[in-house]
Design a protein around this ligand. Structure first.
Ligand code: MN
Length: 250
């Protein structure tokens, strides 16, 4: 009988870099979820997306599996206590279990020099992990309310200016770049050793990068979504996977 279901040839000779992608936690429905654009973007960039359920206590073991990490965004805010502030009325809902898991991963990625891409809320969490702070609500704290576009959420809605000479500029070019924008919070103080590498016309920080790290980049927009309209954004996931490949054994 020949009953082999999975032929040996299905195992690739050289494995793709393993890129962890943090999943959202829907407590009410008891589900972990992920917009598939994240997984598609990692795969298109040559990485293998690994969904990471935010389970308290498992962050270290999950981390050990990875060559790179994407900290995703979501419809929730970082608890203000984590950056030394009391909660104000403009602050949205929090997901403490998810944030604790992601914060542990971000801290490990920073200390262990694992390539890291923080997207939207993931960028905000990077700043907080490095001692920075957030605007709890842009309209209330910064007098600007132009960063939550109406649907469709993937189309560009404002410009950013990418600072020449930065890692971000090296990936997708300096100067003007169109991005989508689905955030009501933003980074106020970027944190220790962090460079703001793109800003919106109103001065809001739209990208961060960490000095003295192989690849630790945060963007306030969603490159995996807006990439359909502006192909330059694919360079962010490609850069992450290229950095992860340098770490992964062949
Ligand atoms: Mn924005």
């Amino acid at each position: 009988m020949t009953a082999a279901i999975v032929p040996a040839a299905a195992v690739p000779e050289q494995r793709r870099p393993r890129i962890g992608v943090t999943l959202d936690l829907d407590e009410a429905r008891g589900r972990f979820e992920l917009p598939r654009a994240y997984a598609d973007a990692v795969l298109a960039a040559g990485g293998l997306p690994i969904g990471l359920p935010p389970l308290a206590g498992a962050a270290g073991e999950h981390f050990a599996l990875l060559d790179g990490l994407v900290v995703t965004g979501g419809a929730f805010d970082v608890p203000p206590e984590l950056y030394g502030e009391a909660r104000r009325p403009g602050c949205g809902p929090v997901k403490p279990e998810r944030t604790a898991f992601e914060l542990a991963l971000v801290r490990l990625a920073l200390s262990e020099r694992l390539p890291l891409l923080g997207v939207c809320g993931g960028m905000q969490l990077m700043a907080v992990a490095l001692g920075g702070s957030l605007y709890q609500d842009l309209a209330a704290d910064a007098g600007t309310g132009r960063h939550e576009q109406p649907p469709p959420k993937d189309v560009p809605s404002h410009e950013v200016e990418v600072t020449p000479g930065t890692r971000l500029a090296g990936l997708l070019g300096a100067g003007p770049l169109l991005v989508n924008s689905t955030h009501h919070q933003a980074v106020r103080q970027p944190g220790r050793g962090v460079l703001v590498s793109a800003r919106a016309p109103d001065g809001i920080a739209e990208a961060l990068e960490v000095d003295d790290h192989p690849f630790a980049l945060g963007v306030q927009w969603h490159p995996e979504a807006v990439g359909r309209h502006e192909p330059r954004h694919a360079a962010l996931y490609a850069g992450l996977v290229a950095a992860a490949r340098l770490r992964s054994p062949a």
